[in-house]
Design a protein around this ligand. Structure first.
Ligand code: HPA
Length: 228
């Protein structure tokens, strides 16, 4: 189903994001897969970027698994490998809950454990069983769309970031507000600015993302099969 044709949904404008929702079963579990997302850097409001999460929460989903492409800051991360979020740093300069006052004060969710330890445990054991290398680390979210400068990457590293990207954190914050269980996985598509030799390009990010998509899919299937 093309979700971008539904009221309130925006057509993702970035190459590689098709704007379709696949509804069916994955590993025997009822699953909705959104192929692509809208990004804050596309010029949308945070409320628009996170609208699909609110729809999914209203529909009654219980678990949200977010995926993205990210630049590797941790020196142990190689392009093509995966990283499970242990936590995040929000450097997007915005919070999706700003201006969403609720009488139940739910716009002030606790953020001590955004990424659900039980889901992370299942994902880690799925990776072990499938022999997929899965790092665990801190994701730093920036606004984009320009890539970072080497000085910014050095600063993020000092602050404890393992990977950097331009998405996911708004969705995770809104999902947390709705008490969804959240996990997130980055495909490390490149070494972050100043850490590799090559210039960063969106084409390279898409290429490595595509070549790792089978590995990520295998991990998600193994996860779904063993989720209880
Ligand atoms: N920086 C920000 N976003 C990204 C990167 C990066 O190096 N790679 C993929 N998405």
């Amino acid at each position: 189903m093309p979700f971008n044709k539904l009221a309130g949904f925006h057509k993702p404008s970035v190459k590689g994001h098709t704007g379709k929702a696949l509804i069916g079963r994955l590993g025997g579990r009822e699953t909705i897969i959104f192929q692509g997302r809208s990004h804050y850097y596309e010029g949308l409001k945070m409320s628009e970027v996170t609208f699909p999460i609110r729809v999914l929460a209203a529909y009654g989903i219980e678990n949200l698994l977010l995926t993205n492409a990210a630049g590797g800051i941790n020196g142990k991360y190689q392009p093509g490998e995966l990283m499970l979020f242990s936590d995040h740093i929000n450097f997007m300069g915005e919070n999706p809950l700003r201006g969403t006052a609720q009488s139940d004060n739910s716009q002030f969710p606790d953020m001590t454990q955004v990424y659900d330890p039980a889901l992370n445990k299942i994902i880690k054991s799925a990776a072990r069983r499938s022999k997929i290398k899965l790092h665990s680390g801190v994701y730093c979210a920036v606004c984009g769309p320009s890539y970072e400068t080497p000085a910014e990457i050095r600063a993020f590293k000092k602050l404890g970031a393992d990977a950097v990207g331009m998405s996911t954190v708004p969705e995770a914050i809104v999902a947390n507000q709705h008490n969804l269980r959240v996990a997130a996985i980055s495909c490390i598509t490149n070494r972050a600015a100043g850490l590799g030799n090559a210039k960063l390009t969106h084409e390279e990010v898409l290429k490595i993302g595509k070549s790792s998509s089978r590995t990520a899919a295998n991990l998600l299937i193994e996860f779904a099969q063993n989720y209880d």
